[in-house]
Design a protein around this ligand. Structure first.
Ligand SMILES: [Zn+2]
Ligand SMILES: [Zn+2]
Length: 197
């Protein structure tokens, strides 16, 4: 969080912080009747992801938060695209991702009494923060890693790399007579590891 600059009015309080697109304060929603909901548009959101995951597009979609009798149910339909490479030809490619998230968050603090809710019965449950904040970012992470294809292709019929010259088979000619050695491989032919005998 950047330090507030002195002399400037603090930003107006909103339920959704600008720098945390998947964090909402749901105290108001928890004060409403069970079944009440709030909907939020996600527009060009970016989040920090583990280093091995790179998004080619920001995240867009819609999140609905519903007050349940246990807590808050978060339903999200999001789309983005993963920057990756084709497993056959290794050229960079992007894979569109459609994410569906449905996670229920239970309170940590009872809204009426302000007392901590015992969590030992459901230690694995997702929890709202002590300040009644719902952080959907870890759920978005999980959804992205689950949606990541194991073997992405730049096109469904990608022929891959030529076993003779190592270049993509769909680029250039691969009519290689035995004596027609790629000049780049020719250079390697002169390079032989030294043997001791
Ligand atoms: Zn390919
Ligand atoms: Zn070839």
């Amino acid at each position: 969080m950047p330090a507030r600059q002195p002399g400037r009015d603090p930003a107006p309080m909103t339920a959704q912080a600008a720098d945390r697109p998947f964090l909402w304060n749901v105290a108001g929603l928890l004060g409403d009747a069970v079944g009440a909901d709030r909907a939020y548009d996600i527009a060009d959101a970016t989040i920090e992801l583990p280093e091995e995951i790179t998004l080619a597009e920001p995240i867009n979609g819609r999140v609905r938060l519903i007050h349940t009798n246990r807590g808050v149910l978060a339903q999200a339909r999001l789309r983005t695209a993963l920057a990756t490479e084709c497993v056959r030809c290794l050229r960079p490619t992007t894979v569109p991702l459609d994410l569906t998230i449905e996670d229920e968050f239970l309170p940590s603090i009872d809204l009426a009494s302000g007392k901590a809710v015992p969590t030992d019965e459901e230690p694995e449950a997702l929890r709202l923060s002590d300040h009644h904040e719902l952080d959907l970012e870890p759920s978005v992470w999980d959804a992205i890693s689950l949606a990541e294809p194991i073997a992405p292709l730049d096109r469904p019929d990608c022929p891959g790399l030529c076993p003779t010259c190592g270049l993509p088979l769909d680029e250039g000619s691969h009519d290689h007579p035995d004596d027609d050695i790629d000049p780049r491989l020719e250079a390697l032919r002169g390079f032989r590891p030294e043997t001791t005998d």
